[in-house]
Design a protein around this ligand. Structure first.
Ligand SMILES: Cc1cc2nc3c(=O)[nH]c(=O)nc-3n(C[C@H](O)[C@H](O)[C@H](O)COP(=O)(O)OP(=O)(O)OC[C@H]3O[C@@H](n4cnc5c(N)ncnc54)[C@H](O)[C@@H]3O)c2cc1C
Length: 386
């Protein structure tokens, strides 16, 4: 009988894992029943929400129907939010009353946003961490006449660490063309850029910030509250006219309810490397953003893509009695600063005694072509599903 794989989550990790499982098993002439269950008919490419805020993309350009993966990649898609994970019984139940049994389970559920975990953070400021948020930020930018724009990152690590750096450079260009020169500052609780990307990429960003007059202020330690016109931290107060905020990462409820919180940091899920398995249940793979920090990886789509490939290969290996499992590949990340772009490469190595990957990153290229590569990648990814 064909082994059954259930993939929960129709975002980056879920799509990559299900696609590889279905296409590789078909190519090898082996039976594997792959079902992806997801809460939304929309497969989003979240980085394009920045384009929505800048007015250069519509919300409809940021997603493609996940159901089309049935036709394009040949796995089943069920759009029905998962309500419960029965890990002992190897079953998944959905809100519409379906039960799916599995031999292997892949979980890729992104992250939840803890906006209400700091006073005022849910009430004040704008963001583009959702399509609706991006449209609100677009209006706020269009009508902005003030002096001070502040990017606030309340906690580390947070969703897509490169976002405020990219968006701050974009906003400088956005306002320059309108003849406005607001002060732009980025506030982090710690030295996030050096911690996440290393000294090579930190140097690159510091040079760019100097050239474009962007104030980079790491190390406010702890956010106390956000008010109508200022950010209050343990180190001091920062007034703003426009606040652009990033969300604190929180474990998705489905994972918390299933007892999958990481014991050392419940904002993230349990996971063990280097195959992204549950520490005690090797048939359960955790590859979403919620599983990246515990094994030393960044909270972005690129590492999740790698994790999905390793998990899919590991399942093919166990299901078919041998399939080479790749090691974690170096990751290229693309950023853009409106008319231009930059590309960083991170190399990784597994450290068994720490149960984590170590990494070193460096700048590879800059220039408008990189920006075009980034845009083409996102748009081509979605076009493949249309
Ligand atoms: C503004 C912004 C900019 C970004 N820029 C970059 C970038 O430049 N480079 C980069 O690499 N990454 C970037 N990212 C991060 C990247 O988008 C995420 O890290 C990645 O999408 C996470 O993948 P995931 O599979 O874990 O979750 P997601 O892609 O968030 O998908 C989660 C899926 O789970 C589904 N789901 C939720 N609850 C349930 C449930 N109960 N049952 C079933 N399904 C459920 C959702 O419908 C969704 O399909 C950016 C993100 C944002 C918001």
């Amino acid at each position: 009988m064909a082994k059954k794989v259930v993939v929960v989550g129709g975002g980056t990790g879920g799509l990559v894992a299900a696609r590889m499982l279905a296409t590789e098993s078909r190519r090898l002439g082996r039976d594997l029943e792959v079902t992806l269950v997801t809460a939304s008919e929309r497969h989003y490419m979240p980085p394009l929400w920045s384009e929505v805020a800048l007015g250069t993309a519509s919300v409809d350009e940021t997603w493609a129907p996940i159901k089309n993966a049935e036709r394009v990649y040949g796995f089943k898609v069920l759009v029905d939010p998962v309500k419960g994970l029965d890990l002992d019984g190897r079953r998944v139940t959905t809100e519409n009353g379906k039960t799916l049994e599995y031999d292997f389970l892949v979980l890729s559920l992104g992250t939840a946003y803890g906006w209400s975990d700091y006073p005022g953070l849910d009430k004040y400021g704008f963001h583009n961490y959702s399509p609706e948020g991006a449209l609100e930020l677009k209006d706020a930018l269009f009508t902005f006449k003030g002096k001070r724009i502040v990017f606030l990152v309340p906690e580390l690590p947070f969703r897509c660490g490169i976002y405020p750096l990219e968006m701050a450079l974009n906003l400088r260009a956005y306002f320059e063309s309108r003849g406005q020169e607001p002060e732009i500052a980025i506030l982090y609780p710690g030295n996030a850029v050096r911690m996440a990307l290393g000294e090579g990429l930190e140097r690159f960003f510091l040079r760019r910030f100097k050239r474009h007059n962007i104030r980079y202020e790491p190390g406010f330690e702890k956010l106390v509250e956000v008010t109508e016109d200022r950010i209050v931290t343990q180190k001091g107060e920062y007034p703003y006219d426009l606040l652009v905020k990033s969300p604190p990462s929180r474990l998705p409820k489905l994972l918390a309810d299933a007892g999958l919180a990481h014991p050392a940091d419940p904002r993230f899920s349990v996971v063990s490397g280097p195959r992204f398995q549950h520490p005690d249940r090797p048939e359960v793979y955790l590859i979403g953003e919620h599983a990246m920090p515990p094994v030393g990886l960044l909270t972005a789509g690129v590492p999740i893509h790698n994790a999905a490939v390793i998990a899919a290969a590991s399942i093919l290996h166990d299901a078919f009695g041998g399939y080479m499992i790749p090691s974690y590949a170096p990751t290229l990340c693309f950023g853009h600063s409106f008319e231009s772009g930059f590309m960083g490469n991170c190399e990784y190595w597994w450290i068994p005694e720490e149960g984590k990957w170590g990494h070193a990153c460096y700048t590879v290229a800059t220039g408008p072509t990189v920006r075009m590569m980034k845009d083409s990648f996102y748009r081509g990814w979605l076009d493949a599903l249309r």
